[in-house]
Write a protein that binds this ligand. Sequence first.
Ligand code: ADP
Ligand code: MN
Ligand code: MN
Ligand code: MN
Length: 335
Amino acid sequence: MSVLYKAEYIWMDGAEPTQRLRCKTKIVEVGHEPPLWGFDGSSTNQADGHASDLVLKPVFICHDPVRGAPHKLVMCEVLNIDMTPHRTNTRAKLVEVAEKYKEHEMWFGIEQEYTFFEGIRPLGWPDNGFPAPQFGYYCGVGSDEVFGRDIVEEHMELCLQAGLDFCGINAEVMPAQWEFQIGPVGPLAVSDQLWVARWLLYRIAENYGVSATLAPKPVKGDWNGAGAHTNFSTKSMRHSIDACIAAAEALKERHDLHIANYGAGIEERLTGKHETCSYRQYKYGVSDRGASVRIPWQVAQDGKGYIEDRRPCANVDPYVVTRLITETVCSRIPV
Ligand code: ADP
Ligand code: MN
Ligand code: MN
Ligand code: MN
């Protein structure tokens, strides 16, 4: 009798303007890798009904901490049946760019902000009206300040058990808003892991009857939006501040292209208020949380390190943001 495991295949659909995650389970024999599989692309905005078969190609496999051993999570790329990358496959484009610039040894650390909702309201918000204005919520403690901590703790534990390079959490400026960080690791690793961490967040929040949204401006008005600050370094940046500044200068040259690809709804979030720089402007500075790109204080002090692109929205596709940064920076600064 063979021993079996559940392989949870996870992939990005064709939803517009923001792709979402889909998943389904395949039973596989222990000792065998999860094979190529297929799905109905006409139900995910990826194909027409008369030629609907698309291929799932496993690209990142880890332990499934929800079901436990020996079960697996299987992040996939979507391919056409001739094995070429599907038009919605943003990972395949990153693979090429990461390979082209691999001597730069790019590292990324992404801060994923998100907001819990219960029904139509952020978790813990009053039935009518609003909570007290933003002040004590960021890194807060106490049931009047933070909402959803049990889910956040469980999510962190699951990410660690899955073996992700998960490096921290904090409660955010708006109540019911939180952040976790992944990295620093290479562009493909940070992106695959971020998608799996997002999947684990949605999945575990189901158990609490709560949804997690990556909407960049989940509540209009005087409330912080949700971003995905993208910290990065090349080998040369990790050795010199001059390379860090050169990278910040390089990003200026393709500001509009980056803004156009940093998440739908970016104009609502990058207003120049709430710790952001307007999307119409590009500036960088030391310790400046009102800049597009921040050089952390410690980096200026040490004379080397990394910089933080503060523009990406919470709903950005990490395969896209890491590809654009790699291309823009590595084509403009020496190895
Ligand atoms: P913030 O002060 O902006 O809230 P965080 O502590 O939330 O900063 O996140 C810092 C991020 O920077 C982490 O994701 C971490 O992985 C990343 N990071 C640290 N060092 C490097 C480096 N040398 N290259 C790239 N990313 C880095
Ligand atoms: Mn942070
Ligand atoms: Mn934050
Ligand atoms: Mn940050």
